[in-house]
Design a protein around this ligand. Structure first.
Ligand code: MTE
Ligand code: HPA
Ligand code: MOS
Length: 801
C-alpha cells in the first residue's frame, strides 16, 4: 500500500464513524478470518426485507401511493348473463350519475381489444357477446371510487340469452374446448390394463380455488408527456402488463412503464389477470389525459377474475395384488372458463404431474380444457400440478383399501426408483430422487406406524368421532414449462458510499424473493445485508422479464443478480489487486472487508476509491436455465431443471354426525435443497400447506343454475384461518443440496408445499373409511366440506350395513 492510499483510508475511515474497525487484523489474518469465520450471508434465517413495514402498516402497496392531484377513479360495469348477445347498451343513467366524468366501452379502445396472454381470445371489454356473469362491458370514470361504483350499476343492457355451458363435464360432452386436446402415452396401456390382475375404474371431482390475495387487483395509470404511460400495478408480470397496455393503446412497448414495489399476495392470480385492470386504467388515463386508478372491490374482483381450474378425472387402473400399478389411463377435463388464458400450460403441468412421485410403466393421459361460460381460470400456486398429482394419490388411496394394505406401503412400492423405473411419462429421467430417504425420516419422526395403530384403537371405541391419518409424498418439477420463459435479468448498482441497490425482473408478493436476492448479492460482495436494498420492479430497468411464477423467482433472478454482482466484484478485485500489487484471484471479500495482499479496506472505502479511479461500479446480469428442452406437440423432453420433494403426515379428527373435522397434527419434511433462508422457506412451506388444505377442505366455489358465482366474498367462501392451523405443526427442511447448479444449490419453494396437505384430505378419507371397517372406498370428492364429509360418511355406513 502506498502512503497516499494509506492516508486516504485513514481519512475516510475516520470520517465514517460506527463502521467496523479494520486495524485489528493483519492482511493475512484477515483473509483467514474471512475464509473461516465471516458470518455467512446466505443459508441463514433473516427476516423478510419488508417485515418491519408489513407489521407497522408502512409498506407501500399500489393503493398507498400518494395520489396525484386530479386523480380519477374507475369501476367496471359487468355482464349479468352467462352467455348472451348484447342487443343494446344504454349508459345515459351511468353518465348522468353524480361525479361521473366518462364512460368507456370497447369502441373507445384505439388499439387491440384483447389481453389474452397466449391466445388472443380475451376481450378487455365485451362488445357483441358476453361470455360469463361478471364479464366487464364498460368502464365508468368518476371523481371518487364510491361514485364510480354506484354509477356502474345504473346501466340498462338488453341481452338476448344464448345457451351457456356451465361445467367441465358439459363442455366435454359438447366438445367445447379452448384448445385442442392433449395426449400423452407410454408403453401399451390398453393391453396392460387388460392383463392386470386387478382392475379398477373411477371418477374424481376436484374443485377450483380462489386466490384470495389480501390486496386485490389494482392499477394506477398516469399519462406522461409525448404519449407515454406510467402504470403502477399489483402484478406478478410487469412486462406482460407493459405489452398489454401498449397493445390496447396501439403503442410501442417503450412508451409504457410498469412498476410494482410489492403485492399483498398474488398466488398466480396476478400472473396474467392483472392485465384487464392495467389496460382499463391506462385506457381511461389516455382518453382523459389524467391519472386514473382502478381498484375493484373484493366481490367484483372475485366475479371477474379466474381461479384455480377445477378438474374432473375418469380413470382406469390395473395393478398387481400388492397394489403396484401396471397400467393407468386417465382423462382429465379442466374448467378453462370462457377463454384460454393460461389453461394450456396449466393442463400441460397437470399432465406432467399425474405421476407425482410414482413410476407408471404403461400410461395414457388425455387432457381437455373445457370452454365454459364462467370466469377464465388461470394460474394458482402449483399451476395444474396439484390437480394432476391429486388424481394419482386418489387412485393409490383406493388401491390400498382394495388390496387391504397400509396406504403408505402401497405408495412406497410405487415410487420412482433411483436408477431404474425412473423415467417420467414425458421422457425426463428423475435423477435427483430423494423421496425414499425423505419418507424414511418423516415416517420415523412422525411416529406414523404407532399413531396409525392408535387411530384404529381410538376408532374402535368411538362411534361418532373418528380419527384418520395419512402420509403423502410430493415431487414437483421446477421451471416454466415453456422453455423460453426461463430467463432473467438484473441490474446492480454499487454507489460510491458502498451502499448497493439491486433491481431484478422478479416481483415481490410476500414470498421473500427480494430478501433472498439481497442475500445473494451481499454474499457475492462480501458485505453486510444492511448495505443492500432492493427496489421496485420496473420495466424501464430490466426489460423482457418473465412472470414471477413457476416458483422460479429466486432461481432465475438470484442467478441474474449474482452474475451482475460478480462482475462488479471482479472489477473491484482487479482494482484492489492493482493497488496492492497482487494477483486479482487472491483478493478476498467478506465480512464487509476487502483484503488484497497487505491492503485491507472496508467495502465502502474500496467503493469510494474505485469510483475516484473511474471503475464502473454497476452492472447488469443475466441468466438462462440450462438443459431444458420441450416438445409441446409430443409432450416430451426435459421441461424441468430439477425436482423438489416433500412429504407430510396429517392426523385428523372427524365428527361423522356433522361432517366437521380438525387437523390435530401435521408433520412436514420438505426439500428446499440448501436453503438460502430457512426462516423464509419454512414460512413458505407452512403457508403453502395451509393454503392447500383450504383448497381441499373448506373452500368451495359454487355457481348457481344461471352461471352466477354465488361464493364471491369471504361471507360465503371459507378460507382457512389461524384457528384451522394444527396445534402440533412440525415443519422441517430436509437436509439436501440441489444436484443441479442452482443458486447456491438451493431449490424453489413457492409452489411445491401446496401439495403437502393431500395428507389432510386422505386422513379425512381414512377416518370416514373406519365407518366401513376400512374396506369401502369413501365416495369423497374435493373439497371435503362438512357437507361432503357427511355425505361420504352416510354412504359408507349404508354400504357397510
Ligand atoms: N407466497 C406469498 N406470501 N404470496 C404469494 O403470492 N405466491 C406463490 C408462492 N408463494 C405467493 C407465495 C406462487 S403461486 C409462486 S409461483 C411463488 O410464490 C412465486 O415466487 P417465487 O418464484 O419467488 O417463489
Ligand atoms: N407456471 C407458471 N406460469 C407459467 C408456467 C408454469 O409452469 N408455464 C407458463 N406460464
Ligand atoms: Mo405461481 S401459480 O406460478 O404464480
Amino acid at each position: 500500500m502506498n502512503k497516499q492510499t494509506e492516508a486516504f483510508l485513514l481519512d475516510t475511515g475516520a470520517a465514517d464513524g460506527g463502521a467496523p474497525a479494520t486495524a485489528d487484523f493483519s492482511g493475512r489474518d484477515l483473509a483467514a478470518h474471512i475464509a473461516a469465520e465471516a458470518p455467512p450471508q446466505i443459508g441463514v434465517s433473516r427476516p423478510h426485507e419488508s417485515a418491519h413495514l408489513h407489521v407497522a402498516g408502512t409498506a407501500t402497496y399500489t393503493d398507498d401511493i400518494p395520489e396525484l392531484a386530479g386523480t380519477l377513479h374507475a369501476a367496471l360495469g359487468m355482464s349479468a348473463r352467462a352467455h348472451a348477445r348484447i342487443r343494446s347498451i344504454a349508459l345515459d343513467k351511468v353518465r348522468a350519475a353524480p361525479g361521473v366524468v366518462a364512460v368507456l366501452t370497447a369502441k373507445d379502445i384505439p388499439g387491440v381489444n384483447d389481453c389474452g396472454p397466449i391466445i388472443h381470445d380475451d376481450p378487455i371489454l365485451a362488445s357483441d357477446t358476453v361470455q360469463f356473469v361478471g364479464q366487464p362491458i364498460f368502464v365508468v370514470v368518476a371523481s371518487s371510487h364510491d361514485a364510480a361504483r354506484r354509477a356502474a350499476r345504473l346501466a340498462a343492457i338488453d341481452y338476448e340469452d344464448l345457451p351457456p355451458i356451465l361445467s367441465p363435464q358439459a363442455a366435454h360432452e359438447a366438445g367445447s374446448y379452448v384448445l385442442p386436446p392433449m395426449h400423452l402415452e407410454r408403453g401399451q396401456p390398453r393391453e396392460h390394463l387388460g392383463k392386470a390382475a386387478h382392475r379398477d375404474k373411477g371418477h374424481i371431482r376436484l374443485g377450483g380455488q380462489e386466490q384470495f390475495y389480501l390486496e386485490g387487483q389494482i392499477a394506477y395509470a398516469v399519462p406522461k408527456e409525448n404519449d407515454g404511460m406510467h402504470v403502477w400495478c399489483s402484478t406478478q408480470h410487469p412486462t406482460e402488463m407493459q405489452h398489454a397496455v401498449a397493445h390496447v393503446l396501439g403503442w410501442q412497448v417503450h412508451q409504457v412503464l410498469v412498476e410494482c414495489r410489492r403485492m399483498g399476495g398474488g398466488f398466480g392470480g396476478k400472473e396474467s389477470q392483472s392485465a384487464l385492470f392495467a389496460c382499463c386504467a391506462a385506457l381511461a388515463a389516455w382518453k382523459l389525459m389524467c391519472p386514473v386508478k382502478l381498484r375493484p372491490d373484493r366481490d367484483d374482483d372475485m366475479m371477474i377474475t379466474g381461479k384455480r381450474h377445477d378438474f374432473v378425472f375418469d380413470y382406469e387402473v390395473g395393478h398387481d395384488p400388492q397394489g403396484r400399478i401396471e397400467a393407468v389411463a386417465v382423462e382429465m377435463v379442466s374448467r378453462a372458463g370462457f377463454s384460454a388464458d393460461l389453461s394450456g400450460p396449466v393442463m400441460t403441468r397437470a399432465i406432467c404431474h399425474f405421476d407425482n412421485a410414482y413410476w407408471l410403466p404403461h400410461v395414457q393421459i388425455d387432457g381437455y380444457c373445457g370452454k365454459t361460460n364462467t370466469q377464465s381460470n388461470t394460474a394458482f400456486r402449483g399451476f395444474g400440478g396439484p390437480q394432476g398429482a391429486f388424481a394419482m394419490e386418489y387412485i393409490l388411496d383406493n388401491i390400498a383399501r382394495t388390496v387391504g394394505r397400509d396406504a403408505l406401503d402401497v405408495r412406497r412400492d410405487n415410487l420412482y426408483g433411483k436408477t431404474e423405473r425412473n423415467v417420467t411419462p414425458y421422457g425426463q429421467t428423475v435423477e435427483d430422487n430423494v423421496i425414499h430417504e425423505l419418507l424414511d425420516q418423516l415416517e420415523a419422526s412422525s411416529d406414523y406406524r404407532a399413531r396409525r395403530e392408535a387411530t384404529r384403537a381410538f376408532n374402535a371405541a368411538s362411534p361418532v368421532l373418528k380419527k384418520g391419518i395419512a402420509i403423502t409424498p410430493v415431487k414437483f418439477g421446477i421451471s416454466f414449462n415453456v422453455a423460453h420463459f426461463n430467463q432473467a435479468g438484473a441490474l446492480v448498482h454499487v454507489y460510491n458510499d458502498g451502499s448497493v441497490l439491486v433491481n431484478h425482473g422478479g416481483t415481490e408478493m410476500g414470498q421473500g424473493l427480494n430478501t433472498k436476492v439481497a442475500m445473494v448479492v451481499a454474499h457475492e460482495l462480501g458485505i453486510r445485508l444492511e448495505r443492500v436494498r432492493v427496489t421496485a420492479t420496473d420495466t424501464s430497468k430490466v426489460a423482457n422479464t418473465s412472470a414471477t411464477a413457476a416458483s422460479t423467482g429466486t432461481d432465475l433472478n438470484g442467478k441474474a443478480a449474482q452474475d451482475a454482482a460478480r462482475q462488479i466484484r471482479e472489477r473491484l478485485a482487479a482494482f484492489a489487486a492493482r493497488q496492492a500489487g497482487v494477483d486479482p484471484s487472491t483478493v478476498r471479500f467478506g465480512d464487509d472487508l476487502v483484503v488484497a495482499g497487505e491492503l485491507r479496506l472496508r467495502f465502502d472505502e474500496l467503493a469510494r476509491q474505485a469510483y475516484v479511479a473511474r471503475v464502473q461500479l454497476w452492472s447488469d446480469g443475466f441468466y438462462a436455465t440450462p438443459k431444458l428442452h420441450w416438445d409441446q406437440s409430443k409432450l416430451q423432453g426435459r421441461p424441468f431443471y430439477y425436482y423438489a420433494y416433500g412429504a407430510a403426515c396429517s392426523e385428523v379428527l372427524v365428527d361423522t354426525l356433522t361432517g366437521e373435522f380438525r387437523l390435530l397434527r401435521a408433520d412436514v419434511l420438505h426439500d428446499v435443497g440448501r436453503s438460502l433462508n430457512p426462516a423464509i422457506d419454512i414460512g413458505q412451506v407452512e403457508g403453502g400447506f395451509i393454503q392447500g388444505m383450504g383448497w381441499l377442505t373448506t373452500e368451495e366455489l359454487w355457481w348457481n343454475k344461471d352461471g352466477k358465482l354465488m361464493t364471491h366474498a369471504p361471507s360465503t367462501y371459507k378460507i382457512p384461518t389461524v384457528n384451522d392451523c394444527p396445534e402440533v405443526f412440525n415443519v422441517r427442511l430436509f437436509e439436501n443440496r440441489n444436484a443441479e447448479d442452482s443458486i447456491h444449490r438451493s431449490k424453489a419453494v413457492g409452489e411445491p408445499p401446496l401439495l403437502l396437505p393431500f395428507s389432510v384430505f386422505f386422513a379425512i378419507r381414512d377416518a370416514v373409511a373406519s365407518l366401513g371397517g376400512y374396506r369401502i372406498n369413501p365416495p369423497l370428492d374435493a373439497p371435503a366440506t362438512a357437507e361432503a364429509i357427511l355425505n361420504a360418511a352416510d354412504a359408507v355406513r349404508q354400504a357397510a350395513a
